[in-house]
Design a protein around this ligand. Sequence first.
Ligand SMILES: [Fe+2]
Ligand SMILES: [Fe+2]
Length: 274
Amino acid sequence: MEVDRRAFLASIGGVGALSALSPEDKAEELEHYMEHMLDDLIEERDGTEKMLYMPDGEAIALSELEQEAPRPPRGVGNLFRPRATEFAPMSAKPDLVEFFQKRFAPGNHVLQSATYALETGQPERTIFACLMHDVVLNLIKVDHGWWGAQLIEPYVEERISWGIRYHAPLRFYPDDSVGYEYPEMYNRIFGEDYVPEPYIRQAADFARAHSWYMEARLITLNDTYAFDPDKVVSLDPFVDIIGRNFKQPKEGLGYDNSPSAHMWRTIGYPDRPL
Ligand SMILES: [Fe+2]
Ligand SMILES: [Fe+2]
């Protein structure tokens, strides 16, 4: 069975949405898609479309009546998905650690990638960038490299937010010099002939030609070591690193009138209606 990758991507909301899914979710989406496709193909082949007969004798194909169950767009951040529990109340002057504890938790993926960077003796700046590289997925998933950089830009050394911005496009491009391979999962999901959208290619080309290239490249490398279901991680080893690399505003995150203060308030209060 040939999978039309464009149709598959469109069915789940596009490339940006796909890239934010865990490998397990990606595999599941593909499986669901292929299951539906198989059913459709068999119905077409055998002419076995199920019909609903109305009282007046009219026959309506069931597939015409079936509607997709409503769902939020896949680009929606985790904090804005249906939930069963209340948000933990934020303090009046929250700091980044509080956001990790109350809004980014459990944060296994970012903690795992930062832990890998720490254990392999990478620069503290890189460790911190890994810790922050995907936290914005709690707010929004579309174009998460750009949003993630913008979120922390007022509070970090420029190279850190730069690296976070470009880790997203660079994921699609291997680099033998550091041992970063194109993720095998992408071959299975996108197909071997997948070509990222032009804006992604352009951003990756720009990053590769930049003197800060490694800031982003190391994030993609550490990323590949951060999907381990058995690894136990904690924020504790990173509290001092946060203190040295994140300029915590004295007014509290969200109240310092920085260009991204509103993003922190949104993360702090996803329930506010306006
Ligand atoms: Fe990412
Ligand atoms: Fe990641």
